[in-house]
Design a binder for this molecule. Structure first.
Ligand code: PGA
Length: 249
């Protein structure tokens, strides 16, 4: 059975002291949590948070990384530097990277392969814009982003990949996809994985939902057959809202 995987993306929020306080709260409150957890603080807080969650049931994630190992890439952070800080997982292809910072599938794929090559786990985000959904293209966009994002990834390495379906129109907007709509896309993505990697890999891969996940809607979303967890933004910034999601019943 797939176990639930609940991740908090803290985006560009929190000083080190604020991140440390939240990490301490989460470590204490999720100690008896039954699922897999992850927090992804901003780069500058990774070391601080990593030291606090070490040995707990919470993984340390980064929100992005460079597509090159090292070199003249002003402002970028490399996979080697992330590993040096104890990072275990990297979120790639987040819609803010795709749409605000213009990352395309080719660049995202390069990052995915580099992260996997260095032993990291990957959360690959995919999702359609509102206009794409309205034009009936949601499945198509998610399929393209999944296939291109995983280009060249072996069946063995795909075991270290989680897909996060994040409809762009639901991120930070308070609008959530209905559990039925989300599940339909999750099932579709699972079919894409089955065609590329076989039924067993497709059954095993975890597909998180992201986009305005809140304590009030987490349980209904997680009840769906193909929804294996959540990638949480706004509600991950406070223990008061993240813990009930992480411990949904
Ligand atoms: P949100 O963000 O929960 O604030 O909608 C989700 C995400 O961007 O991963």
């Amino acid at each position: 059975m797939r176990n639930y995987y609940i991740a908090g993306n803290w985006k560009m929020h929190k000083t080190r002291a604020e991140a440390a306080a939240l990490a301490q709260d989460l470590t204490a409150q999720l100690k008896d949590g039954k699922h897999q957890y992850l927090v992804a603080p901003t780069f500058t807080a990774l070391e601080t948070v990593g030291a606090i969650i070490k040995g707990s049931n919470i993984l340390l994630g980064a929100q992005n990384m460079a597509s090159e190992e090292q070199g003249a890439h002003t402002g970028e952070v490399s996979v080697l530097q992330l590993k040096d800080l104890g990072v275990q997982v990297v979120i790639l292809g987040h819609s803010e990277r795709r749409h605000t910072y213009k990352e395309d599938d080719v660049l995202i794929n390069k990052k995915v392969r580099l992260a996997l090559k260095h032993g990291l786990e990957v959360i690959l985000c995919v999702g359609e814009l509102l206009a794409e959904r309205e034009a009936g293209k949601a499945e198509n966009i998610c399929e393209t982003q999944t296939i291109q994002g995983l280009q060249g990834v072996t069946a063995e390495d795909v075991a270290r990949v989680t897909i996060a379906y994040e409809p762009v129109w639901a991120i930070g907007t308070g609008k959530t996809a209905t559990p039925e709509d989300a599940d339909a896309i999750h099932a579709y993505i699972r079919g894409v994985i089955a065609r590329r990697y076989g039924v067993e890999a497709a059954q095993k891969i975890r597909i998180q939902y992201g986009g305005s996940v809140k304590p009030e809607n987490a349980a209904q979303l997680m009840a769906k057959e193909n929804i294996d967890g959540a990638l949480v933004g706004g509600a991950a910034l406070k223990a008061d809202t993240f813990v009930p999601i992480a411990k949904f019943q």
